[in-house]
Design a protein around this ligand. Structure first.
Ligand code: ADP
Ligand code: MG
Length: 321
């Protein structure tokens, strides 16, 4: 069997997929190049990704269907997440397969690529269920919001002049239901796309039934759990900034080459990392490196993946020395 340089879980951000169907068709080509670069360098790659715009458009399409035809009840958010995993996985696995087959270095011995529809258990007593913080879907007028609240039981929040949005809880991922399948494929040298959109959130009920729940799991936390479960050497969080910064967007902004857990805790306490964007990334990176020895987590820009994994850029998060 092939020997790898190391195992890396890659978490793709929104810029790796675009916002619309044609944008995604285009974006996955560059994303596939980035991933195949890593494979060509000898890394074993497991891919995870976000799904914000995609799950939003699926949710809207399904809502339109139920408005048009009352025979179709509203589609649960968990089902929309499952649809988004399949749709994104379909585009990604094809783009990656084509890129593997195109390149001299990889075409002789191409790795197989498949998407695993992944459910992720959350704790029904997670504090996140007490406050819905995560906005999803499009903005609505006051009347539309009132209708959605009454008709579907949605929790709605007003966002100033922009209007109203549905909000859902964002609990922590506890257990990846299909993790044995993912591990078996990875151990056999195959490439897996898993935990899309942070996974389909489910709650385990009596007799083992997994009940989908109206929540959204943060994709960076879920990727960190996946990396932990697969005993990965590295967690590579690919987004649209090359490095993490202090005083981000301010005149005294300073890009960081390295962070350790103590620094992350103290900077997070100062509010240096925005909630809902950079904060989950640094916290996920910290959890991964703290849970094992000799691990690294890197936050960088999609285009810089290879440079960052080879130590030339990005913000590296390492355990306490
Ligand atoms: P993704 O889709 O990759 O998860 P996000 O928008 O959630 O992307 O997170 C990346 C964004 O985090 C950056 O575009 C940047 O605007 C923002 N950000 C917030 N705080 C910081 C920081 N301290 N350093 C760098 N980027 C930050
Ligand atoms: Mg994000």
């Amino acid at each position: 069997m092939k020997t790898w340089k190391g195992r890396v879980v890659v978490a793709l951000g929104g810029n790796a997929l675009g916002d619309t169907l044609p944008e995604q068709m285009d974006a996955v080509k560059l994303t596939a190049k980035t991933i195949v670069d890593l494979i060509a360098e000898g890394w074993q790659v497991i891919v995870s990704h976000g799904n914000g715009p995609q799950v939003g458009l699926i949710n809207n399409a399904m809502a339109a269907l139920s408005r048009e035809n009352p025979r179709h009840p509203n589609t649960p958010l968990s089902v929309c997440v499952a649809m988004s995993q399949a749709y994104i996985g379909y585009d990604l696995q094809n783009a990656i397969r084509e890129e593997l087959n195109r390149r001299e270095e990889t075409k002789a011995n191409p790795v197989s690529v498949a998407t695993v529809i992944t459910q992720v258990e959350v704790d029904p007593y997670d504090e996140a269920f007490l406050s819905s913080d995560k906005p999803i879907g499009h903005y609505m007028t006051r009347e539309q919001a009132a209708f959605a609240a009454q008709q579907y039981g949605y929790q709605m929040r007003e966002y100033g002049d922009k209007g109203w949005r549905r909000v859902v809880p964002s609990p922590r991922p506890q257990r990846i239901v299909e993790v044995d399948t993912i591990r078996t494929l990875a151990d056999a040298g195959q490439m897996v796309i898993a935990c899309g959109g942070g996974g389909i959130p489910v709650v385990r009920q009596k007799e083992g039934h997994l009940q989908g729940t109206a929540a959204v799991i943060d994709k960076d936390f879920c990727a960190a759990l996946l990396a932990e479960e697969l005993q990965a050497d590295a967690l590579l969080i690919l987004t649209n900034v090359e490095k993490v910064a202090l005083n981000y967007g301010k005149p005294e902004q300073k890009w960081l080459d390295q962070l350790d857990p103590n620094q992350i805790r103290s900077y997070a306490g100062q509010g240096q990392f925005a909630a809902g964007s950079m904060l989950p990334k640094v916290l996920a990176a910290m959890e991964f490196v703290e849970d094992g020895e000799d691990r690294v987590a890197i936050i960088t820009q999609l285009e810089k993946a290879s440079d960052a994994l080879n130590g030339r850029t990005g913000t590296r998060i390492v355990g306490h020395s």
